[in-house]
Design a protein around this ligand. Structure first.
Ligand code: THU
Length: 154
């Protein structure tokens, strides 16, 4: 039997974001300054809008033993797991700066999507993800299924 998945997402401009979306995206942009990325020179920033309205930031943290480093999204999510234990993440925003310092597209890697999926499942409410591509193009996903259909579970 042939089946089909329809993935829904919103494409909008920076100017179209509402106040809370803009706040979490601005925090992600700020977080790029905290990236430790001497190997890739690719500075990724992530920020979470928590259920209580607080913001938690993350950035990529690299290591000379490359796989020991961690992506911005997981840094933010694991940090929130400690600082806001048990609290839902309403929105996650992601942005990156290329080696020239220009803001560029940042779509989350598969491992980060898997961690997002588990966070969403734990909290039992949808987590919105905003991916910055340019001022004219942002991708907004209302839940993690849109980013990771058929994610691993046991
Ligand atoms: N990176 C992230 O921070 N998030 C992703 O979703 C993919 C990649 C980081 C890891 C590494 O420090 C750099 O970007 C280049 O791969």
């Amino acid at each position: 039997m042939e089946k089909e998945i329809i993935i829904k997402y919103r494409e909008c401009r920076l100017a179209d974001l509402d106040e809370s979306e803009r706040r979490v995206l601005d925090a992600a942009i700020e977080a790029t300054d905290t990236a430790y990325a001497p190997y890739s020179n690719f500075h990724v920033g992530a920020a979470l809008l928590m259920d209580d309205g607080k913001i938690v930031k993350g950035s990529n943290q690299e290591n000379v033993a490359y796989p020991s480093g961690l992506c911005a999204e997981r840094t933010a999510l694991f940090s929130a797991g400690v600082s806001h234990s048990g609290m839902a993440v309403r929105t996650l925003a992601i942005v990156a700066r290329n080696p020239e310092g220009k803001l560029v597209a940042a779509l989350p890697c598969g491992a980060c999507r898997q961690v997002m999926a588990e966070q969403q499942s734990r909290q039992g409410s949808p987590m919105r993800v905003i991916c910055y591509c340019s001022d004219e193009k942002l991708l907004v996903f209302e839940n993690i299924e849109s980013l990771l259909p058929f994610g691993f579970d046991m």
